[in-house]
Structure formats: structure tokens, C-alpha cells
Write a protein that binds this ligand. Structure first.
Ligand code: BES
Ligand code: MN
Ligand code: ZN
Length: 490
């Protein structure tokens, strides 16, 4: 979607805001004037009240060039937020995407440049489609809307703000594409190849194959991938936008390109969703793209462990004991608790190699996080209050919200093993997300660290958020971009 900024509307569709109790904005009033009162008349004839999320469309108004007008609600006039505008723009764009309208002029009446840019972000996120395999879409089912023009009082300031938000939209779209992609296409090797394309943005990309990982002693990660015909990969991406010598921020992602469960095979129903078990890694890759795209002033390293968890004659068995890169041994009691095995080695590698300022991992790690938080918040677990608080604030600001759950030695008893240093499974179903996080913490050395469990929010086939497509949400890109933007640049 092309996003532009202009002082006056020129689109064939014009959207203007109204506030609570159907109070018209200045732009809406002006339009009401030139259309002979079409807006007030339409509002009277409807139940439109100007609340957030409400829209009212007027087709074929007279007195203006535009062929349709959309009035959108923003709630109480004094309480409009950047997220509110983002959502409003998304709602309007979703409604017009395949309507026949070609260019939307979306007016952010009386809001600042940051709000204007965030409306652009909402529009861009809402326009996302994954149509590459739909060869029989008829023309009237394809998107018609090609451009969204944000009408704003200060075009220069809004365009400048967009230079930092446009790349965030692109990063989120990349993350979505990766999650949406079919698992026969996006195995670890193809995934690594797509990561390499980021070199075009000035990101350094290094790929380790099984031979290199074996040398490093990554028995935990390699065990997960050993039942797959695809070679496991570890991809390291570096963006050096900060001062030379500044400690990097490090992001680590779980990239299980398909999770059958392995020999501890998952039930068949719904297993297709496990193509999204690489959502954590997709957020990291998308974040790297966003940061490089807006030339973030920070040194950032992204590390993703890419494996396919398959059952096969060479697959890992329940009962196997593997030795991780840290030297700690793990009894694999359930081959479906594979994400923590991948992260164990990726986390260790990232700390050892880069001595980061902090380390944040993202993973579609446990079904249990859906039981705890549903699909409304990601779960976070941390050894550092400041970093966890910063992430919480970034969640509020970006509308990719997180909620903290505890970890602590009291959970260790559940993951101790009688035959190895630990087992990859807690006891019973209680606190399943916490025991997984507690397992990960054993691979973190003193560094400020947060684990984000996105099993609930990374894939959402029933999302009601107008900014999100169904299934691959791209969760994490906006959250982490915001964290970096607000706390760790310059
Ligand atoms: N990838 C799954 C977690 C998951 C479940 C993600 C549902 C998204 C939606 C993970 O690898 C897994 O299988 N976890 C097991 C752990 C259990 C065996 C301890 C789970 O949550 O059931
Ligand atoms: Mn699993
Ligand atoms: Zn998994």
C-alpha cells in the first residue's frame, strides 16, 4: 500500500473523523457544508455515534469529486490516542480494500504529525494480504485500494515521522509473510536464504549449518532437527547503527518451521497451524528489517534457530539425553517440548558471542500461555525488573501488549532430572509456561533477559483487530521496535 501525505484530500474516497455523540470534526463539518448536509443527514438516518471503531459510509455524495465519504468515530474528542488513530485508519482501510475505491484520503483532523504517521501505519498494516498462491481470484475480489493519502495540517512533519514508521510496517509485513508461508516452501534452508536478502538493507547476515553447529556443541538444537531431511540453520543478523563498541541489544527467536511434535506426535486436528511455530524468529527477522529500514541508532543482533521437528527413523526419541552448547545435559522426555531445546543453544551462543546489553527471546513456546492469557497479551518472564517494565510500557505504546508472569527457583524441582542436569518437561500441566521459562533461564548468564511467549498472540486465526490479518499477526515487531526507539537509541 502506498502511503502519502497531503494538506487537502484528492482521493475518490474521503474519510473524516467524528467524535463521541456524533460530533463532527472540522473537516467533517466542511464536507457536510459542501455536500448540502449529506453527513448530518446520514448520521441522523443511522445509529452512528462516533465511538471508536464505528464507521458510516455515504455513497455517491453530490457537491464533491469523491465518489464516497466515510465518517469514522474516534470517541471522545479530548481523548484521541495514537493507537486510536492507527485502529481507525485500519478499520476504514479494511472496509474499502476491495470496494472499488482506488485512493483513500484519510483526514486526521487536529491531530499531530505523530498521529498522522501512526494512521499511515494502521492503514498499511490493515492492507496486508497473503495472496501469492491464490491464482483464481477474480478481479473484483482483488484489492482495489492502491493508495492511502493522510490529510494532515503539517505535511512535512508527518512525512518525516512516516520515515520512521513506514519501515516498521514493512518489518511487520515480512514477519507475517514468513508465518503465513506454507511449511513445504519455508523450511530452514529457504528461510535462511530469505534472511540473507536483508543484506540489501545493510544488515550483516551469517548462516551456520549443521556442521558448524556440531563444532560449537549445539546438541540441543541439533537433536530437534535430526528427524528432518532439511538441514537445521542458525542465522545471525547484525545491524550496526549505534556507536562503535557499544554493547549490542540481542534478540533471539524460535524458528521451528513446522512442529509435528516429533516422535511425541501431536494430534492431527489443527496441526497445520504449526507452520506458524517460527513466529518468534519471524518477529526477530521483521524487527531487523524495521530497524535497518529506519536506520535505528543502535547496535542490534538477531539470532534465529531454524529447525523442522519431524518424526522419522533418525528422529530424537523420548528418553534421549543431549548435551547443549553450555555443557549442561538435557533429558528429552517429550520431543514436542522442542522450542526450549532450540532456544537453549541459540541463547547460549548469543551471549557467548556478543556479550549483549540485554537479551530478549521470542517463541511460540507453550500452549499453556493460551490458557493463562488467551490471545490478548503475550506472556513475559524476566530476571530484570527494569527491562521487563520497559517492555511492558512498549507494549502499551505499540498496542502489542504483554503481561508478566513469575519465574523462580521454586519451579526448579519440576525440571530437575534424575539422570541428567535437567529434563525438558515439567510435571503435569501446572504452570507449563513458567516451567518452560525456568528451563530457558538455565541458559542465561546474569544478563538482563526477557522471554516472550507468543504462542497465543503470534498466530490468531480469529483476530478482531483491524490491523491484523487472520493467522500470522507479525506480533513482536512493533513491540520491540518501540522498546528500542523509546529506550536504547542515541
Ligand atoms: N509449538 C508448541 C506450542 C504451541 C501450542 C504454539 C499451541 C502455538 C499454539 C510447542 O512446541 C509445544 O508443543 N509445546 C508443548 C509443551 C509440552 C509438551 C510441555 C505444549 O504446549 O503442549
Ligand atoms: Mn512442540
Ligand atoms: Zn513448538
Amino acid at each position: 500500500m502506498k502511503i502519502s501525505f497531503a494538506p487537502a484530500p484528492s482521493g475518490d474516497a474521503i474519510a473524516v473523523p467524528a467524535f463521541a455523540d456524533a460530533e463532527l470534526s472540522e473537516a467533517a463539518k466542511a464536507l457536510d457544508g459542501s455536500t448540502g448536509g449529506a453527513l448530518t443527514k446520514a448520521i441522523k438516518a443511522s445509529r452512528f455515534e462516533g465511538g471508536a471503531g464505528e464507521t458510516l459510509e455515504i455513497a455517491g455524495p453530490s457537491g464533491v469529486d469523491a465518489s464516497r465519504i466515510v465518517i469514522f468515530g474516534l470517541g471522545k474528542a479530548g481523548e484521541v490516542t495514537e493507537n486510536g488513530l492507527e485502529k481507525a485508519a485500519a478499520t476504514v482501510v479494511k472496509g474499502l480494500l476491495t470496494s472499488g475505491a482506488k485512493k483513500l484520503s484519510f483526514t486526521v483532523d487536529g491531530q499531530d504529525a505523530e498521529c498522522a504517521a501512526r494512521a499511515g501505519l494502521g492503514a498499511s498494516l490493515a492492507a496486508y494480504r497473503f495472496d501469492k498462491y491464490r491464482t483464481k481470484l477474480t478481479d473484483n475480489k482483488k484489492p482495489s485500494l492502491a493508495e492511502v493519502e493522510i490529510v494532515s495540517g503539517d505535511v512535512d512533519a508527518a512525512s518525516a515521522a512516516w520515515n520512521t514508521w513506514g519501515p516498521v510496517a514493512e518489518g511487520a509485513q515480512l514477519a507475517r509473510d514468513l508465518v503465513m508461508e506454507a511449511p513445504n516452501i519455508l523450511g530452514p534452508e529457504e528461510y535462511a536464504r530469505r534472511c540473507k536478502e536483508l543484506t540489501a538493507l545493510g544488515i550483516e547476515v551469517e548462516v551456520l549449518g549443521e556442521k558448524e553447529m556440531k563444532k560449537l556443541g549445539m546438541g540441543a538444537l541439533l537433536g530437534v532437527g535430526q528427524g528432518s531431511v532439511q538441514e537445521s540453520q542458525l542465522v545471525i543478523m547484525k545491524w550496526n547503527g549505534g556507536n562503535k563498541g557499544d554493547q549490542p541489544l540481542c534478540f533471539v527467536g524460535k524458528g521451528v518451521t513446522f512442529d509435528t511434535g516429533g516422535i511425541s506426535l501431536k494430534p492431527g486436528a489443527g496441526m497445520d497451524e504449526m507452520k506458524g511455530d517460527m513466529g518468534g524468529s519471524a518477529a526477530v527477522v521483521g524487527l531487523m528489517k524495521a530497524l535497518a529500514g529506519r536506520k535505528a541508532k543502535a547496535n542490534v543482533v538477531g539470532v534465529v534457530g531454524l529447525v523442522e521437528n519431524m518424526p522419522d527413523g533418525n528422529a530424537q526419541r523420548p528418553g534421549d539425553i543431549v548435551t547443549s552448547m553450555s555443557g549442561q545435559t538435557i533429558e528429552v522426555l517429550n520431543t514436542d517440548a522442542e522450542g526450549r531445546l532450540v532456544l537453549a543453544d541459540a541463547l547460549w551462543y548469543a551471549q557467548k558471542e556478543f556479550d549483549p546489553k540485554f537479551i530478549i527471546d521470542l517463541a511460540t513456546l507453550t500452549g499453556a500461555i493460551l490458557i493463562s492469557l488467551g490471545q490478548e497479551h503475550a506472556g513475559i518472564f524476566s530476571n530484570n525488573d527494569e527491562l521487563a517494565d520497559n517492555l511492558f510500557s512498549a507494549g502499551k505504546a505499540s498496542d502489542e501488549t504483554v503481561w508478566r508472569l513469575p519465574i523462580g527457583p521454586e519451579y526448579d524441582a519440576q525440571i530437575n532430572s534424575p539422570v541428567a542436569d535437567m529434563k525438558n518437561l515439567g510435571e503435569g500441566r501446572n504452570a507449563g509456561s513458567i516451567t518452560a521459562a525456568q528451563f530457558l533461564q538455565r541458559f542465561v548468564n546474569d544478563k538482563p533477559w526477557v522471554h516472550i511467549d507468543i504462542a497465543g498472540v503470534g498466530m490468531n486465526a480469529k483476530s478482531k483487530d483491524p490491523r491484523q490479518p487472520l493467522f500470522g499477526t507479525g506480533f513482536g515487531v512493533r513491540l520491540l521496535d518501540r522498546l528500542v526507539r523509546d529506550n536504547y537509541e542515541g
